[in-house]
Design a protein around this ligand. Structure first.
Ligand code: AMP
Ligand code: MG
Length: 308
């Protein structure tokens, strides 16, 4: 364990993305050497989600943000693979619709937050409203600069209501982004992703990085921490995120809820052979069952009369 501490942005600290090595891959030489750990965390994640679903007490909101080709889709595929689809959902936030723009910017966000027992992954989020919106002057500075405080208050409210929020910035460098764009040219299953706009956005790389620095520095708290994940290596990114999710959920110290029924009684009533095998005495339920039997007999009598 340890990536929570290593990659969590401490409240109030001012980060410098240039100083965080996007190539970092911990103690592992290559993907192969990381696979046993990754499998371990995926398995544990799956167990923890089953507990969470059964307990129906905690909600987990995972926010994913990254530059284009930063690996949000790949991360989602990886994390979701370990989860039971019944207990989780993914929400992608695109350019707001007219209806969404007619409301405050958190309107579309709030209604998609996870209910108890559920995990929701945000593929982009309310942070776009201090990222793309800021970089492209979609609203004035006077408007976007107030949003950090709004976002903090919003997230605190969610946290106070039992939602755990973890926010991941998948940190790749500019060269890696270009490599990934270039790879898309050669991979037929990725060519559909290629857009002129992605290349044009590279012009704004520094502005985006600055906007990320501010969003991450101003909005990382213990109740809703930001993690900056070195993400040039996809396998390391997956490993780090899996471990952080496991560590986060382990902290809840969950147990399966106590059964709401008397298991012995259920065995005696419906699984006589199990009760016998386990040597469960039959006294208590016998008394309870004898009474209804009498009633049954009476009813039968009535029925018979009716038939005649
Ligand atoms: P993608 O995630 O590649 O499907 O792209 C979604 C696009 O929606 C990106 O270009 C985002 O910058 C854009 N987007 C998401 N949220 C907002 C927002 N609040 N305002 C403007 N553009 C947004
Ligand atoms: Mg994109």
């Amino acid at each position: 364990m340890g990536y929570v501490n290593q990659f969590r942005i401490k409240p109030g600290s001012k980060i410098s993305l240039g100083k965080i090595d996007a190539d970092y891959h911990g103690a592992y030489d290559d993907e192969e050497s990381s696979i046993p750990e990754l499998k371990k965390y995926s398995k544990r994640l799956s167990e923890l989600q089953a507990l969470m679903y059964a307990q129906n007490k905690h909600s987990l909101l995972i926010v994913l943000q990254a530059m284009d080709a930063g690996g949000k889709d790949g991360t989602i595929r990886h994390v979701m693979e370990a989860l039971n689809p019944q207990g989780c959902s993914v929400v992608g936030f695109k350019v707001p619709t007219a209806e969404e723009l007619a409301h405050d910017y958190l309107w579309r966000i709030h209604k998609m937050t996870p209910r108890k027992g559920q995990i929701t992954v945000f593929n982009r989020s309310h942070y776009e409203d201090v990222l793309v919106v800021r970089v492209h002057n979609l609203v004035s500075k006077e408007v976007w600069s107030k949003r950090y405080a709004d976002i903090n208050a919003f997230e605190r409210g969610l946290a106070n209501s039992g939602t755990t929020i973890v926010k991941f910035f998948l940190h790749i460098d500019k060269e890696e982004q270009l490599r990934r764009f270039r790879d898309r040219l050669e991979e037929p299953d990725k060519q559909w992703k290629i857009r002129d706009a992605d290349y044009e956005e590279r012009e704004y790389w520094d502005d985006y990085q600055q906007a990320y620095v501010d969003a991450i520095s101003k909005c990382s708290f213990n109740y809703a921490p930001w993690f900056v994940i070195p993400a040039n290596r996809k396998w390391f990114r997956n490993l780090a995120i899996s471990q952080i999710l496991v560590e986060t959920m382990e902290d809840w110290k969950m147990n399966y809820p106590e059964p709401t029924v008397d298991l012995n009684l259920i065995k005696q009533k419906y699984h006589a052979e199990v009760a016998e095998e386990m040597g469960i005495p039959a006294e208590k339920p016998m008394v309870e069952e004898e009474q209804p039997k009498e009633k049954k007999g009476k009813k039968k009598g009535k029925k018979k009369k009716k038939k005649r």
